[in-house]
Design a protein around this ligand. Structure first.
Ligand code: SF4
Length: 211
């Protein structure tokens, strides 16, 4: 099947499975909270992040609040999250960068976002898509890598190469949704260590299906 048609069918089936699309499960209000939650979620579960952010966001609100802190002052709020010390440094560093270079407003381009400490391309894509509704790229995480590989979309585990490939065969308006749909499938069905092809909505078109 031609690639663009194949991915169109994949997305149509996934939207049927996940009722039209997915949104981030990270609780947030506004772009700054989305950036903080996304930094905290690296190699951690969203549910775990959602347990710590309510008290953190109650205590510290604005970019300026965080920019004025020392990273150690965040430890008590986020210590149940893996890598919390380096994440605290990233959050405070990002706040200081936003205050200094972007007038305390979260920037709206990948180039500007990745200039901040602790912000990589995946985090930038997540923030742009989920906080601003801007599709400049596609956030690729480990689930997206697994699902893309099994679907035969990309024969690489390089996130940027997978992102470029997906961008070349899909419509821009779909980019934010692709990431959420692939993550959802990777979490509940196409797991890295145990795929569940029998119950997968893609089983009849997936080249890696066991069925
Ligand atoms: S059919 Fe199997 S390998 Fe293919 S996407 Fe579904 S779970 Fe993954």
């Amino acid at each position: 099947m031609e690639e663009k048609l194949f991915i169109r069918n994949v997305l149509a089936l996934l939207k049927r499975r996940y009722r039209g699309g997915m949104r981030t499960s990270l609780r947030h209000r506004g772009a700054w909270q989305m950036l903080v939650a996304t930094i905290l979620s690296a190699q951690s579960q969203d549910a775990q992040v959602n347990k710590v952010t309510p008290s953190l966001f109650r205590r510290y609100g604005s970019v300026g609040d965080y920019a004025s802190l020392e990273p150690e002052e965040l430890y008590a709020y986020i210590k149940s999250i893996g890598l919390y010390k380096s994440k605290a440094r990233s959050i405070v560093g990002a706040a200081r960068g936003i205050r200094e270079h972007f007038g305390s407003r979260v920037p709206r381009t990948i180039k500007e976002l990745v200039s901040l400490p602790g912000v990589g391309r995946k985090t930038a894509n997540v923030v742009l898509s989920d906080a601003f509704g801007i599709n400049e790229g596609i956030a690729i995480d480990t689930h997206c890598i697994t699902v893309s590989g099994r679907l035969g979309i990309a024969r690489t585990r390089n996130p940027e190469a997978i992102e470029r490939k997906l961008m070349s065969i899909t419509k821009k308006k779909e980019w934010g949704n692709i990431s959420h749909l692939f993550i959802a499938l990777g979490r509940d069905t196409c797991r890295a260590h145990k795929k569940r092809c029998r119950s997968c909505i893609l089983k009849n078109i997936c080249p890696s299906s066991d069925i």
